[in-house]
Design a protein around this ligand. Structure first.
Ligand SMILES: *Cc1c(COP(=O)(O)O)cnc(C)c1O
Length: 225
């Protein structure tokens, strides 16, 4: 597995996607998703200059967080049970899966610092996906104003599992509009500058539609080890 080569390839694809829509590649944060792989490959990613890493399960996060003593920025991208919040919330840099009030309450209670959170929306309506309905997101975000340990830095979504590019694009576009709508409100607790969308199969589309954070696993490190 040529992680260095993969990183170069992904960077080149990002550059091309940015060029298409006149964006600056420096405005895109690559998050290396290490959930499928062991420490060695996560280290290879760090050595290749990717220092934003993501896990979707508490166990995987704990293991890698303990062993990778580098300057890693940790993103938690999996759905999170409230009872697990206390075991990880102060060790992460970003949470991408804030999707309910009960979770927000628990984070607010357990956090000893302000936690930058992405509110996760389910823009495709697929049953299997977590996240709030797009229609409910603005009210939800507004309702977080009094949680002093939560800052809504952006919106996160996953595209539907379909082949039609236009369907994927429309989903991303809808979520970008939501992000813009929230940002325009200029709520102090919800700057909402960021947009976390795009994975290995669709990150170039996501960037064309405004993503600031792409979460890429298999294209960087493979999906088994
Ligand atoms: C696994 C995962 C990714 C990365 O998926 P790839 O297709 O391997 O790039 C991104 N986001 C979330 C929420 C994931 O669970």
């Amino acid at each position: 597995m040529d992680v260095l080569g993969n990183v170069a390839e992904v960077r080149e694809q990002i550059r091309q996607a940015c060029e298409k829509v006149d964006r600056n590649p420096e405005d895109i944060t690559i998050i290396g998703v290490t959930k499928y792989v062991t420490i060695d490959r996560a280290e290879a990613l760090l050595n290749a200059g990717i220092n934003n890493l993501a896990e979707n399960r508490l166990e995987g996060f704990r293991e890698k967080h303990e062993k990778l003593g580098y300057d890693v920025k940790w993103h938690f991208i999996g759905s999170l049970q409230s009872r697990k919040v206390k075991d990880m919330i102060n060790d992460i840099d970003f949470l991408h899966s804030l999707d309910r009030k009960s979770l927000a309450k628990e984070i607010n209670k357990r956090a000893t610092k302000v936690i930058p959170c992405f509110v996760q929306v389910n823009a495709s309506g697929e049953q299997s996906k977590h996240g709030l309905a797009v229609e409910d997101a603005v009210d939800f975000i507004k309702s977080l104003a009094n949680f002093e340990n939560i800052r809504v830095v952006g919106i996160m979504t996953m595209a539907p599992l379909v082949d039609e590019e236009q369907t994927i694009r429309n989903t991303f576009r809808k979520v970008k509009q939501l992000r813009d709508e929230v940002a325009a409100k200029q709520w102090a607790h919800a700057p909402c500058d960021f947009l976390s969308m795009g994975m290995s199969n669709d990150f170039t589309i996501a960037i064309e539609e405004g993503a600031t954070h792409v979460r890429i696993g298999s294209s960087l490190v493979g999906s088994n080890q």
